[in-house]
Design a protein around this ligand. Sequence first.
Ligand SMILES: [Zn+2]
Length: 352
Amino acid sequence: MMIKELSEAIGVSGQEDAVREVILKAIKDHAKDIRIDPLGNVLAIKPGDGTRPDAPRVMVAAHMDEVGFMVLGVDSNGAIRVGAVGGFDPRILPGLRVVIGKDRVPAVFNWKPIHMGYDRTTVTLDNLRLDIGATSKEQANGKVNVGDRAAFITAYREHGRIAMGKAFDDRVGCAVLIELIQGEPLPFDVHVAFTVQEEVGLRGAQVAAQAIKPDVAFVLEGTTAHDLPPVEEDPEAPRTSPVTELGKGPALTLADNSVIVDRRLLNHLRETAEAEGIPYQYKQAAIGGTDAGAIMVANAGVPSAVISVPCRYIHSPAAMCNLDDAANAARLLRAALARFTPAVLARAGDME
Ligand SMILES: [Zn+2]
């Protein structure tokens, strides 16, 4: 699975170009009707073998964008002000290296040295600046421009079956979708979408669903895993839900802040996993949002479900996932599609 190249490409929301290039190269010999829509979504069809002409129109989506920063301006001393693109905890930022713009200008979030005493300032983006080594506004302006994105920069590494890298939310979903596209044909055409601007409001998926007009949709995600709690968390306190755990298989969403998953699709995914002996887990907290939230309410409504790879430390410089979970997400997606018939949507599972 090509997670490394996807992870190391930079695609902060609204500027997904480098990720799009990686994806186009990966799918060009395996998909038809490949097109880039006006917002930058990559839409394509994975051709089926035509053995199930009565199949519903199925869309599978993964988002290309990642969280990061946007340059808002430069102070007179050359320090760069940035705003957030997507959500993260500012406490992870002091001292962190990022790169700015297409030239990948290296920068660091400034912070007072420990030699001057422990800095108890509450960390917010407002009291941080990016330092590129410029000494004046004029000098910085030659290197970065207002509107440039700044991104985390982390080399991808594997240690056994554990992978570490940036932007696994949602490049691991993109990798799973590429795996599907590069694999054997399914019994029917599958409409695929690599979407833009998920992290800032599920925007690309909304128009992708309007263009594809699917009967049903599956969304692939890298989702929260908090299965290694910080040591200072009180062991006596009620345990925080890990949401998902690494190594226990792909996670199925019941509901999150954006969607209540279609019960028939959830049953279909669970039955598929059990029939095929694929491990799975439920996402244990109804947090976060996914493209499924936008696709579900597109057109006249699209029953939607989410398959996620559990990832520690999403929306931070270095996420971690288990490659077996990613492989099993790909197996589950393929098997669920191969077994998909109109009966999945016809049955009254949601009335039980
Ligand atoms: Zn995501």
